[in-house]
Ligand binder design. Structure first.
Ligand code: ATP
Ligand code: MG
Length: 433
């Protein structure tokens, strides 16, 4: 036997029954977007490397060490498997002038790629669902996006997800804070770890985001960006807060919330839970008013968030909120191969009527015993067996046998005959109510 080939480390297959949970989550997300008027945007998984270098910032975890980049073998172009999709959305919006007639509300979902150390809630191929509102400047859209995420937790039945918000102000305000911060960090140079020392002059704000416990106390006492914000930035933040307050949405202001990408300004936020170990951020986002111009478009404000679908599914599992498996309405028991043409024809008609039917398929030697067919019918979870027996077929009939006893309607367990020629008349009997 040849060597077994396995999936790339940190990249997962999603097979039944788990794939049904994914489909359910995707459907739930789509219908929520529908209600808020967000439309789907699909962009390529591969983008020019320059898009992320320019969009995310050179001194970010993603660009420094997490990207899967390669050279196109034909033209030498530098390409990257997308590590996130806000930059791709902005590229597409600019490339196709999607903002020509006003703001756009968009969503996407799909795989992202980051070369990280695989662990619970952290994979090398993972899936994000993201919502982006481009062309809107006001804090009302920030609030809309946050509200939408809160609605998602409630339709999914999730609890224990907390909202943290902060304001990063504008670039000039960050610059003033940055100088004070560097001076402070230099004064505590002995406490800085290697990562922090490297970032001290390139991206000191990110040091505040450190997960190193030895540095927590020091970063807690560092100069706060909030104290350097001007009137307009503070006003934007205040108005966002009032809108959240008016909706009864609880939040905690986290002055150290800075986010991993350079493109953020003003509002930033994260939804976090303590129920997933150290990978507790399930959804994160903020405003990125400078990114569109940075990607070469006409300056326009924008805001958005992305959620990690694996982490949401993990949390759903943790809180026992995953739905049951889809089950067929009926299982077709076909005792003789000769009945197959008639059976297949009828099953197609039933499916056209919206009935979910699983067909028993035989081997080259025949269909297998009735007993083994009924065993499979039972295991399928179907509520009915459709029996294409010789006697029934002779009368132009098929037998419907309920497989799950119905205590509410005694007598309903009995087998009954239905005409093969009038499937549309009785198809609804098979459907779940
Ligand atoms: P973290 O701090 O956990 O590395 P991040 O700030 O890098 O997160 P974002 O780039 O903001 O994450 O991505 C948004 C969401 O995508 C995260 O909140 C998380 O739920 C999910 N996510 C990010 N990286 C991964 C990964 N490697 N595996 C699974 N989910 C991820
Ligand atoms: Mg990360």
């Amino acid at each position: 036997m040849a060597d077994k080939l396995v999936a790339v480390k940190g990249m997962n297959d999603i097979a039944p029954p788990v794939s049904a949970h994914w489909e359910w989550l995707e459907e739930t997300l789509r219908s929520l977007m529908q209600r808020y008027g967000y439309r789907n945007l699909r962009t390529p998984i591969v983008e020019p490397t320059a898009l992320f270098v320019r969009g995310l910032g050179e001194v970010t975890d993603i660009v420094e060490k997490e990207m899967y980049s390669f050279e196109d073998r034909l033209n030498g172009e530098q390409l990257t498997l997308r590590p996130e999709n806000t930059a791709g959305v902005v590229r597409a919006v600019v490339e196709h002038s999607l903002l020509y007639d006003g703001g756009k509300r968009l969503y996407y979902m799909g795989p992202m790629f980051r070369h990280e150390r695989p662990q619970r809630g952290r994979y090398r191929q993972f899936h994000q669902f993201g919502a982006e509102a481009l062309g809107f400047a006001g804090p009302d859209v920030d609030a809309e996006l946050i509200t939408m995420a809160c609605d998602l937790w409630s339709v999914l039945g999730l609890s224990g997800i907390e909202l943290e918000i902060n304001s990063l102000g504008q670039p000039a305000e960050r610059q003033a804070h940055r100088q004070a911060l560097i001076a402070y960090l230099e004064a505590h140079a002995d406490l800085l770890d290697e990562d922090a020392r490297r970032r001290l002059h390139s991206n000191p704000l990110r040091i505040l985001d450190t997960k190193n416990p030895a540095m927590q106390e020091m970063v807690n006492a560092a100069p706060r960006l909030m104290d350097y914000l001007g009137e307009a930035s503070l006003d934007h933040f205040q108005r966002l807060r009032s809108l959240l307050d008016a909706q009864g949405i609880a939040y905690r202001i986290n002055p150290r919330l800075v986010r991993g990408m350079d493109y953020y300004n003003l509002s930033v936020f994260e939804f976090v839970t303590t129920q997933l170990g150290s990978q507790g951020t399930v959804c994160a986002g903020g405003r990125y008013d400078g990114l569109i111009a940075q990607i070469g478009g006409k300056p326009a404000p924008a805001v958005g968030w992305a959620l990690g679908m694996e982490r949401i599914l993990e949390l759903l599992k943790e809180q026992a909120r995953l739905p049951g498996q889809p089950q067929p309405d009926a299982y077709a028991v076909i005792p003789e191969v000769s009945a197959m043409p008639v059976a297949m024809g009828l099953l197609r008609q039933l499916r056209q009527q919206g009935v979910n039917v699983l067909m028993h398929a035989g081997g080259p030697e025949g269909m297998g015993s009735m007993k083994s067919q009924f065993k499979k019918a039972d295991a399928s979870g179907a509520r009915f067996a459709l029996i294409f027996g010789e006697q029934e077929l002779k009368q132009g009939m098929v037998a419907l046998k309920p497989l799950r006893g119905d205590r509410a309607a005694p007598g309903a367990e009995e087998q009954r005959l239905r005409p093969l020629s009038e499937a549309t008349g009785w198809a609804s009997e098979l459907k779940a109510d």
